[in-house]
Ligand binder design. Structure first.
Ligand code: GLU
Length: 496
């Protein structure tokens, strides 16, 4: 890498919420900046007013801050409010209109761009004609031939117009992409791109080049969908006489069926993952692997470790499959790293509201690791509840007495087993209700006896379910008082 300071940028358009693909672009840009002691900048590209979504900028920033992918410069958050930091601003394109106008005029003066007065109807005809002749879509160059005098006349008459890039018809545009290697486009295949729209706004293409130059960006890291725009951008760098930054085009994100990842397939917004209980560290770790891998067996990387290990050279060229099961795996790995206090507070946030305050802190401490074995994210608790697999920890189950019976064992025997269990567990001190101690006590009692006729009603009276964790696990969560209460209810049912 040359001596130039590394400056990367994330340049989202506020057309919606930050999605996982955007998070990956931002993350890779952030990692490249950090590993080179560079700057990671955030610029808002809001020149497409029609697609502007209210609240988009706030959401993009909040999602990035949540993921800890925090810009050093540009549009940032200060105490939750949107602000701008740095000396190359403004960093919001709609606040830079006069800058683009100046550069567009410079291009016109040098014949590197031209006014185009074509009507939408004419452009539609051109499109049709080119399609018929199997030509690549694009402008046919009609207004390039309009004389200077005529242009002046039309402008004086306030005729509707745009400014287009005067793309050379000959030659090739070639660059060394940091991911794809050498990429080349025939200039004749590249459109005379609109640079300034009739509403006085620049298009993305002019704005991105002007801004990346003025903001001293050294590396443009963006999605593959922009690769065919790069020759237009490189031509602009050439016309302006500026050194172009390096380019890295990231592989598309795909669904497991290899279709392009899209909203239709489910959640793609970062905030949706946050709300489901994915931890930022897990999502970031997972997203880092969408296209990149370190070439070793290591899968768990903290952000710090990613800064050291990440390289664009190890990013693949072909689409990266977005596999939710893998994300779940990551999330569990990070949940397992939590302290018990952290886990309890995590679980508590996701428990259905009606269970609030129903368990003691101690019981929650016991419950949290048991739940962790059964979920990979907080929202799974609602699913467990829906399936009836959660409520019994908080509320006494009700069930018909027959459910307590075990195979052919007579009801009387089951009753006396429950009485024995009450006796045995009642004799244990309250602080001995750990899974190990409970198990030891009951198994010792059952040493020479048949296990099912005792363990089944014991478990069923505690959970009210055909399938549940073993009675020792449940009793350890419920604690002595509640366990004995539930056994007494079973006893009364059996004694009727
Ligand atoms: N504003 C573009 C987007 O929303 C950014 C493309 C680029 O990074 O150059 O994806």
């Amino acid at each position: 890498m040359s001596d130039q300071k590394v400056v990367t940028r994330f340049a989202p358009s506020p057309t919606g919420f930050l999605h996982v693909g955007g998070l990956r672009t931002a993350l890779y840009s952030y990692l490249v900046a950090k590993q080179n002691n560079g700057t990671f900048m955030l610029r808002i590209e809001d020149t497409d007013r029609e697609r502007y979504v209210e609240g988009g900028i706030q959401n993009i920033l909040e999602s990035l801050y949540w993921a800890n992918v925090i810009p050093d410069e540009g549009v940032t958050l200060k105490s939750g409010e949107i602000t701008q930091t740095g000396s190359h601003g403004p960093y919001v394109q709609s606040e830079r209109l006069s800058i683009y106008k100046k550069y567009a005029e410079q291009l016109i003066e040098n014949n590197h761009a031209f006014y185009c007065f074509c009507t939408p109807e004419r452009l539609a005809e051109v499109r049709e004609e080119r399609q018929k002749n199997k030509l690549p879509p694009g402008y046919d160059g009609f207004c390039k031939k309009v004389s200077k005098e005529e242009v002046a006349q039309k402008l004086a008459n306030k005729q509707n117009h745009v400014i287009r890039l005067n793309m050379p018809d000959e030659g090739e545009t070639v660059w060394k992409d940091l991911i794809h290697g050498e990429v080349s486009f025939k200039n004749s295949d590249v459109d005379d791109q609109v640079l300034m729209k009739s509403d006085g706004y620049p298009t993305y293409h002019l704005a991105v080049v002007v801004d990346d130059h003025e903001m001293q960006v050294s590396h443009v890291i963006r999605g593959d969908e922009w690769i065919s725009s790069t020759p237009k951008h490189l031509q602009l760098y050439k016309y302006f006489g500026w050194t172009a930054p390096q380019f890295a085009h990231l592989p598309l994100l795909l669904n497991p069926d290899k279709s392009k990842l899209s909203k239709r397939q489910g959640d793609v917004a970062v905030i949706d993952y946050k709300e489901k209980g994915y931890l930022p560290e897990a999502l970031v770790n997972f997203v880092a692997f969408l296209g990149w891998n370190p070439g070793t067996e290591q899968e768990i990387f903290s952000l710090e470790e990613l800064i050291t290990a990440f390289t664009l050279q190890k990013v693949g060229k072909s689409g990266a499959v977005f596999n939710l099961e893998k994300l779940d795996w990551y999330n569990r790995e990070y949940l397992k790293k939590m302290s018990s206090d952290e886990l309890v507070s995590y679980i508590t946030t996701f428990l259905p509201e009606r269970f609030n305050g129903k368990l003691s802190v101690e019981a929650l401490n016991n419950l949290a690791p048991i739940l962790l074995e059964r979920i990979s994210k907080g929202s799974d608790l609602a699913l467990m509840d829906h399936n009836g697999e959660l409520g019994y920890f908080f509320e006494r189950p009700s069930y018909p007495v027959e459910k307590l019976l075990w195979k052919n064992t007579a009801k009387d025997i089951i009753l006396s087993n429950i009485e024995d269990a009450l006796q045995e567990l009642g004799s244990l001190p309250e602080d001995a209700f750990s899974v190990e101690q409970l198990k030891e006590k009951i198994m010792e009692f059952l040493k020479d006896k048949e296990k099912g006729p005792m363990l089944h009603p014991l478990r069923f009276s505690l959970s009210g379910l055909d399938k549940s964790p073993d009675p020792f696990v449940i009793a350890s969560v419920l604690g002595k008082t509640e366990t004995l209460e539930r056994l007494k209810i079973a006893k009364e049912l059996l004694a009727k």
